[in-house]
Write a protein that binds this ligand. Structure first.
Ligand SMILES: NC(=O)c1ccc[n+]([C@@H]2O[C@H](COP(=O)([O-])OP(=O)(O)OC[C@H]3O[C@@H](n4cnc5c(N)ncnc54)[C@H](O)[C@@H]3O)[C@@H](O)[C@H]2O)c1
Length: 438
């Protein structure tokens, strides 16, 4: 570290983080809010978001992502703001904004750059800026660092410091929560890494793991998700083969799963903004350094084709134009998140073949479904009937708990139950009901 380097302000006069350390969380979504709540148990936390609506509902004790329950939210000491100047005192800024891809599946770093611009304008000397958003190796130092320098007029690595700590939470998973899982940290200097270990170590019982450097931590996160994508792509391809052979992928997987080292992945739609997006971040970097990311992109292509494959498979079991009810629209079970849901592709595939499709999802926001997809969600299952097919697209608990009578009651004589997620594998249906599953 250069002799002229400023001491990280979180340390004050000691070797450990001061009790009154101020932490700002930039972006209060699925990742930022649970982290902010966990850190606010130990530190002085201020949450910043550009969305007035989000900040207002959080102040009212309501989290639309269902990650944090109202009593916990209300009991938190955290402050919320849409005014970035309120984060001016922060010793540590943690960025948890979206990192999507554009229409060409190239990384869209605009929210991240914009967050850095916001922080740069209020950055104080000695502050640490930690990126938690998922990125390809190099973004924190090569993209965020320069934006922060430009907007703050301060020198990176001397007046302020960078860190990276990937987020691993899995929305809807109430076991592997942010306060229980191992937190990977990396710092621009060893001292910064020490501080981040102490900071995150105070917020999780899972402990911390210090990566060799920032790029290593960035790379580790992006391959955690790319690995899942590729494994699911393999199972999806195997499923397409088994469909032609007239055997159930679930039966095959259950059988193969009796081997001690067989990996546990199930077929289906890969949506959301992590597993279906992050491989494109790695692919982008691979191309930039002159490597063709063949396997990664093949996996993506197979998973992207699943929506149409499912629509075609259902259509093949119907006679003529049919009325179809799709159960579930969100990108995965028991979450309200509609971003990049691949159920949309099953629906548009079926509609393109002339079928009339109704959609039900008690977790999805009706207005968002209308805005994003022009879908008018049906509200009350008990009022729905007369369908030629029912598609179990998302394994929400409410669909697992549906009685056979309720399901069959919505179906016409000879109708098809298309069980995309294996929700009703153990259910016996009446003789007249035809069943299709992966
Ligand atoms: N959701 C997950 O399960 C998950 C898991 C691990 C990692 N990640 C990664 O974490 C990051 C955040 O994802 P998320 O799911 O929490 O996103 P999100 O969309 O739920 O939340 C992002 C929040 O950031 C706000 N925001 C956008 N631009 C901003 C800006 N410039 N300044 C301040 N606030 C801004 C938005 O209003 C929103 O409230 C992404 O990089 C994602 O890949 C997500």
């Amino acid at each position: 570290m250069p002799a002229s380097s400023i001491r990280p302000s979180a340390l004050k006069d000691s070797d450990t983080i001061a009790k009154d350390t101020v932490v700002s969380i930039i972006g209060l979504g699925y990742v930022g809010l649970p982290l902010a709540v966990a850190l606010s148990r130990k530190f002085n936390v201020i949450g910043f978001d550009i969305s007035e609506a989000r900040v207002t509902e959080l102040r009212d004790g309501y989290d639309r992502t269902f990650e944090i329950e109202a009593p916990i939210l209300r009991a938190s000491s955290m402050r919320y703001t849409t005014d970035a100047s309120q984060t001016r005192d922060a010793d540590i800024h943690i960025i948890t904004v979206p990192t999507p891809v554009d229409q060409d599946n190239e990384p869209d770093l605009r929210p991240l750059e914009s967050a850095c611009t916001t922080i740069g304008a209020v950055l104080k000397k000695g502050a640490i800026v930690v990126v938690e958003s998922t990125v390809y190796p190099g973004v924190t130092e090569d993209v965020c660092g320069p934006v922060l320098e430009r907007t703050s007029g301060l020198k990176c690595g001397q007046d302020f410091y960078l860190g990276y700590s990937p987020e691993r939470i899995n929305p809807g998973d109430k076991v592997h929560t942010v306060d229980k899982i191992i937190k990977v940290v990396a710092g621009q200097t060893e001292q910064v890494a020490d501080i981040l270990e102490e900071l995150y170590g105070a917020a999780t019982t899972g402990g911390t793991y210090r990566a060799k450097n920032i790029k290593t931590a960035e790379a580790a996160k992006v391959i955690e998700n790319a690995q899942r994508d590729i494994n699911i792509a393999f199972v999806n391809e195997a499923t397409m083969i088994f469909q032609k052979l007239g055997i159930s992928a679930y039966d095959v997987l259950e059988t193969a799963g009796t081997k001690w080292n067989f990996l546990n992945f199930t077929p289906g739609l890969v949506g959301g903004h992590c597993i279906g997006i992050d491989p494109f971040y790695l692919a982008h970097k691979a191309n930039e350094v002159g490597h063709n990311p063949d396997l990664i992109l093949t996996g993506r292509r197979i998973n992207e084709s699943m929506g149409q494959f499912i629509a075609d498979s259902i259509d093949a079991r119907l006679t003529g134009k049919s009325r179809i009810l799709v159960l579930g629209l969100t990108f995965k079970e028991n979450v309200p998140d509609l971003r990049n849901t691949k159920v949309r592709e099953v629906i548009s595939g079926l509609e393109a073949m002339g079928h009339e499709v109704d959609v039900h999802d008690p977790l999805a926001d009706k207005t968002e479904a209308q805005q994003f997809f022009d879908i008018d969600l049906k509200e009350n299952l008990s009022n729905l009937k007369g369908y030629d097919a029912i598609v179990g697209a998302v394994a929400h608990s409410v669909y697992r708990d549906l009685s056979t009578n309720a399901l069959e009651g919505m179906l016409n004589e000879g109708g098809v139950i298309a069980d995309v997620k294996g929700i009703w594998r153990g259910t016996e249906f009446s003789d007249g009901v035809r069943r299709w599953q992966l």
